[in-house]
Ligand binder design. Structure first.
Ligand code: F6P
Length: 531
């Protein structure tokens, strides 16, 4: 398989670097003034979605050169390798097959079997056939998991609040901090609560500690281990460990090592979401995801939405020197999207070692952050407008609201369009003067503009469009991994902290040999242990 050897020295990269030197001097005002067709040239529509990237700092040459880079990186070949189930996660010797989870009738038999079991589980809880140990209906479900076993279903459950099933509340616990689970349990009834222990590995410390607390809380009332079968299900690839925890095989929904945690919403990890919104909605999510898979697999490079997003991020990061990127959903229902994308993008591509084990000479993933509009406007947008840093933004808006109320949505949309325009075009001294502003205040009222953004318009927010949206970003991440020549599917960078925490835990609240640690850590231990 072709890799880009020594990426920054490849002709395609060099051509972009030369081009960037002149493009960097140009303002979005000029780029728009020079090209009356700019919106048409740099926007794409697909399956109800509209992607407007005309406010990115590119011209037709930039676009052409970026597409050349994609061809040189052999995006097509890598996509085929992924879809063929090759072990492209080479550092873990694993295939990357999460696309198979949403392949519908083309999904592997093992996937369809688990989907059928999940559907049956959902239906029995919704119908009331599933009863707690005293014979009462389940009223509350608690998903205990962290990272990919939490962020996806939590974000999607919030996003699809308009589809929330009646009579069943779904909660999420992730943090090992007792402040997460304790207040939640205080408001729940053990006789009517079902716990989902979601952990791919079933070794994650936070999840196991929270699960043990939930188990003890149930047994404190039930006083009989047989209650566990009515109140605990597990989602995991590790059957021996779920058994050791005491969860019957009949209550374990499996997935596979070829599903990365941050790509697992489409697997049994989606159970909490399916319970929150109903099985039909979960199927709609998979359908939207599948539609975007098909688009990614077949659309020409110039029209391919995930590839377009990836190329723009690469351009902004490596050629315009942007170090962060803001995700700004103008949808309160998407308020958890930035957190979800943080894991998806930064755990996947926050790496500096390439596929050949060499240190990369270029910057990879920018820091992803964000907040729902319009709330962000009243906190950090000041810095976006006048802070002097280049911060590309992704605006996401809904043509029709998922919660239509008179006046609200027009105002929300107006703010979204206003912000991307203000960021792009700014406000010149002449414009400030024309507005009658005193000369002494003029320097404060200048807006430099030239802040690049992309706007994604969804018809509305529902399970189908959410599936499209998430897979758009998933495949963007895949493309960036190929372009940077890194393995997007491992996460070795999370290991060191886990190992050190394991060594430190015995030293917290008890004296022990801390001589292997540095003076700062020893000092903090001493302060913690001094009571
Ligand atoms: O620590 C990072 C991580 O491994 C993520 O990649 C993963 O989503 C999360 O922990 C949870 O892992 P698990 O599902 O195995 O508990």
């Amino acid at each position: 398989m072709t890799l880009i050897p020594n990426l920054p020295h490849s002709p395609a990269w060099q051509a972009l670097a030369t081009h960037a030197a002149s493009l960097r001097q140009r303002h979005l005002r000029q780029l728009f003034a020079e090209d009356a067709q700019r919106f048409a040239r740099f926007s794409r529509q697909h399956d109800g979605l509209l992607l407007d990237f005309s406010k990115q700092r590119i011209d037709a040459d930039t676009h052409r050169l970026l597409l050349n880079l994609a061809a040189a990186a052999n995006i097509d070949g890598w996509r085929q390798k992924m879809l063929a189930g090759e072990a492209i996660n080479h550092t873990e010797g694993r295939a990357v097959r999460h696309v198979a989870l949403r392949a519908g009738s083309a999904a592997p038999a093992e996937v369809r079997i688990v989907l059928e079991r999940l559907q049956a589980c959902c239906e029995s809880i919704h119908s009331g056939a599933w009863r707690g140990y005293t014979g009462e209906r389940i009223t509350d479900v608690v998903n205990i998991g962290i990272g990919g076993s939490d962020l996806g279903p939590r974000m999607a459950t919030r996003a699809l609040a308009a589809q929330q099933q009646p009579d069943l509340r779904v909660h999420f616990v992730a943090n090992v901090d007792g402040a997460d689970i304790a207040p939640l349990l205080a408001g729940l009834n053990p006789r009517t609560t079902l716990f989902i222990i979601a952990s791919k590995t079933f070794t994650t410390q936070e999840t196991l500690i929270n699960a043990a607390t939930a188990r003890a809380w149930l047994l404190a009332t039930a006083d009989n281990e047989t209650a566990i079968a009515r109140h605990f299900v597990a989602i995991s690839t590790a059957r021996e460990r779920t058994r050791a925890f005491g969860i019957a095989d009949a209550n374990v929904f499996e997935f596979w090592d070829w599903v990365g945690g941050r790509f697992s919403l489409w697997s049994a990890i989606g159970l909490s979401l399916a319970l929150a919104v109903g099985w039909h909605q979960f199927e709609q999510l998979l359908a939207g995801a599948r539609a975007m898979d098909e688009h990614f697999a077949s659309a020409p490079a110039a029209d391919n939405l995930p590839l377009t997003l990836a190329l723009l991020t690469l351009w902004n990061t490596d050629f315009l020197d942007a170090h962060t990127t803001a995700v700004l959903p103008y949808s309160q229902s998407l308020e958890r999207l930035p957190a979800y994308l943080q894991q998806l993008e930064m755990e996947s591509n926050g790496k500096q070692t390439d596929r050949a084990g060499q240190r990369l000479a270029v910057t990879t993933n920018p820091i992803v952050w964000g907040e729902a509009g319009t709330n962000g406007q009243h906190s950090f947008y000041q810095l976006l407008h006048q802070g002097g840093q280049l911060i590309p933004c992704d605006f996401i808006a809904l043509r029709d609201s998922d919660f239509p109320l008179p006046n609200h949505h027009r105002s929300l949309l107006a703010n979204c369009l206003a912000q991307s325009a203000a960021l792009a075009f700014g406000q010149t001294a002449e414009e400030v003067r024309a507005a009658g502003v005193a000369e002494t205040l003029l320097p404060y009222k200048l807006f430099p503009g030239n802040q690049p953004s992309t706007t994604l318009l969804l018809p509305t927010l529902n399970a189908y469009t959410l599936g499209q949206l998430l897979v758009l970003y998933e495949h963007k991440v895949f493309c960036l991994g190929v372009l940077w020549n890194i393995n997007s599917f491992d996460q070795w960078g999370v290991e060191l902290g886990k190992t050190l925490a394991g060594r430190l835990e015995p030293l917290i609240a008890t004296e022990g040999d801390d001589s292997a640690f540095d003076s700062s850590t020893r000092g903090l231990l001493a302060a913690l242990n001094r009571r």
